[in-house]
Design a protein around this ligand. Structure first.
Ligand code: AMP
Length: 306
């Protein structure tokens, strides 16, 4: 079952305490679609400029991501520059150059309008809404955003959120969106804006999933070496929505599926941070994914007998 993503395809310049990468492959839709491609068919909607390197297109094609919705327009590709301190949980944005995204108004290829699963990756909420309206009968719509849009296009974001089922944001964003510091209170406010499920990503502390009156906690996998957290959130979302799309026939997503999706999200995020850009994804195998899934079960499972 097809999973449609709209988001950024970018050239990222990133500095972490462990090194620097200049204009590497990045972008929310890139990380998402690559992670999701291990689970399901992915259709990508985004824009690149004339300067976008062919090798990156080849990489996405090798991952079997459908690129019919990737427009190449006159101008420069979106660029993002960020840095992380030893506290790797949140990026400090140094520069955002929207470039071709500034005028991007996607027109979905006909085949894409039937996508049952939709992920609105981090991009201008006005574009997210535009895409959401073009999909005819989506079963599940998930969404990400960031402070840049929470403060830069709040009205647009609130309109998008009204139609979204699952929102995945990090804890700083949850606080900025809700105006509440405490995450349980923040979740209550956010769940009143539209989404039925909220996932709050907390970097090395994992993620919290809130729905109805339930909370599920998933840890981040404890790794010996973390190089670059960029894209961890989108890789989480890719694994998560990939599992949701695999459970296509179920009309209602069960709690158990949501929980399993969150674990696979964490699995994909844990691989993402092991190398710069999408480099770890290039050699990743299904076996690696299965092994880490089992390691997660081992990490979190316990039995108690009195
Ligand atoms: P994350 O998964 O949250 O670490 O997302 C990282 C990706 O988001 C990077 O590869 C950036 O290219 C992309 N990004 C950063 N800022 C923006 C923005 N304002 N709009 C769209 N994409 C962005």
């Amino acid at each position: 079952m097809s999973l449609l993503v709209v988001g950024s395809v970018a050239l990222d310049t990133v500095e972490t305490p462990f090194g620097t990468i200049k204009e590497g492959l990045g972008g929310s839709a890139t990380y998402f679609s690559t992670a999701a491609s291990f689970f399901t068919d992915v259709q990508l909607v985004a824009v690149i400029g004339e300067d976008f390197p062919e090798e990156h297109i080849r990489f996405l094609k090798e991952r079997k991501v459908d690129l019919e919705g990737l427009e190449r327009n006159m101008g420069k590709t979106f660029r993002w520059q960020g840095e992380y301190g030893y506290q790797l949980n949140e990026a400090k944005t140094l520069k955002t150059d929207l470039n071709v995204f500034e005028l991007f108004r996607p027109k979905l290829p006909t085949a894409y309008t039937k996508a049952p699963y939709l992920f609105l990756g981090n991009i201008d909420p006005t574009i997210q809404l535009d895409v959401m309206k073009q999909v005819v009968a989506p079963k599940v719509i998930a969404c990400d955003t960031m402070n840049f849009w929470i403060s830069g296009n709040r009205d647009g974001l609130l309109k998008t959120l009204a139609g979204v089922h699952i929102l995945m944001i990090n804890e700083g964003e949850a606080r900025a969106l809700s105006g509440e510091f405490n995450l349980v209170k923040a979740a209550k406010v956010i769940l009143s804006l539209g989404p039925k499920t909220l996932i709050v990503k907390r970097g090395e502390y994992g993620a919290l999933m809130f729905n109805d009156n339930k909370i599920f906690a998933v840890p981040a996998y404890p790794l010996e070496s973390v190089f670059d957290p960029t894209g961890a959130g989108d890789s989480f979302a890719g694994g998560f929505m990939g599992v949701i799309a695999q459970n296509a026939d179920r009309a209602n997503i069960s709690d158990a599926t949501l929980r399993q999706a969150a674990i696979y999200g964490s699995v994909m995020a844990s691989f993402c941070v092991e190398a710069f850009s999408l480099d770890r994804m290039r050699s990743l195998t299904q076996d690696d994914i299965n092994r880490r899934y089992l390691a997660f079960k081992d990490l979190t499972g316990y039995e108690y007998t009195a």
